[in-house]
Design a protein around this ligand. Structure first.
Ligand SMILES: Nc1ncnc2c1ncn2[C@@H]1O[C@H](COP(=O)(O)OP(=O)(O)OP(=O)(O)O)[C@@H](O)[C@H]1O
Ligand SMILES: [Mg+2]
Length: 246
């Protein structure tokens, strides 16, 4: 067995101090292998987003260790963490987090701009990423001209345009209706199955968690359950016959 891609060892996260101190994460141990599709569940305030921010190298543990490909993330400088993030990680958020008044194409090109890619490279890669999420032909549209489901597709294109090893999605379907949610899950599933991308997804919905191969549950800052999903959903439901009327 090769080393896990991701390892949390005794990770704690403390917010505030004194009477206001709050332990958002308590002694978290978690190994994730390359190619896994993990759903993270648990009540509001249980520490899911705090864990995702640490896993996404956006924040650091108060104590404990985070190893990514065997490297100690907690010992990296802010710049080194940013570099790791740009090279290996893609993010999808509940609120899409697209730049308004900026075309889908330019939104998707942004991570490549940060990386210093040339204009022609950016343009080609972004167009390809948009096509892969079913948005070929929508490149010039701004977020305001797109539905919520389409905006989240743009966000997924932006997350994958750098060909990341891991996509971290914090409640990616939280703002979408059931049909759009399943469409987004179909895309995440394809990234995992067809491209070998490791997917870590926070969700409150059992129907969406059912796509994952592993279910991790946080309760009150602790990792309470970690179970395999023996029968994951393997395809998003087809469009209902009367979709045109929906
Ligand atoms: N920046 C912060 N400063 C202080 N406390 C915080 C901060 N971020 C989170 N917390 C607290 O840490 C705990 C865990 O929050 P977290 O956002 O990780 O929960 P969550 O499981 O993602 O919840 P939700 O399902 O509502 O998104 C909560 O009690 C929250 O109030
Ligand atoms: Mg959260």
């Amino acid at each position: 067995m090769s080393d896990p891609l991701i390892q949390l060892r005794g990770v704690c996260k403390r917010y505030g101090s004194g009477a206001a101190e709050l332990m958002a994460l308590k002694d978290i141990a978690l190994d994730i292998a390359a190619g896994e599709f993990v759903a993270i569940m648990g009540p509001s305030g249980s520490g899911k987003s705090t864990a995702m921010n640490i896993l996404g190298c956006l924040d650091t543990p108060s104590s404990g260790q985070y190893l990514f490909k065997g490297a100690h993330v907690e010992a990296l400088t802010r710049d080194q963490r940013a570099r790791l993030r740009r090279r290996y990680l893609g993010f999808v958020f509940q609120g899409f987090n697209l730049l308004a008044r900026t075309s889908a194409q330019e939104n998707v090109e942004l991570p490549l701009l940060y990386r210093g890619d040339a204009a022609a490279t950016r343009s080609k890669a972004a167009a390809r990423a948009l096509a892969s999420v079913g948005l070929g032909g929508w490149e010039r549209h701004t977020p305001a001209e797109l539905s919520g489901g389409q905006q989240q597709r743009v966000a997924i294109a932006r997350a994958i345009v750098t060909e990341p090893a891991v996509v971290l999605a914090d409640e990616p379907t939280g703002n979408l209706d059931t049909r759009r949610s399943h469409e987004i899950m179909g895309l995440l599933l394809a990234l995992n199955r067809d491209h070998g991308i490791t997917v870590l997804m926070v969700t409150h919905e059992n129907d969406m968690a059912a796509y994952a191969h592993r279910l991790v549950t946080f309760v009150d800052g602790r990792l309470a359950h970690d179970v395999a999903n023996a029968h994951p959903t393997t395809s998003a439901p087809a469009e209902p016959a009367n979709a045109a009327l929906a």
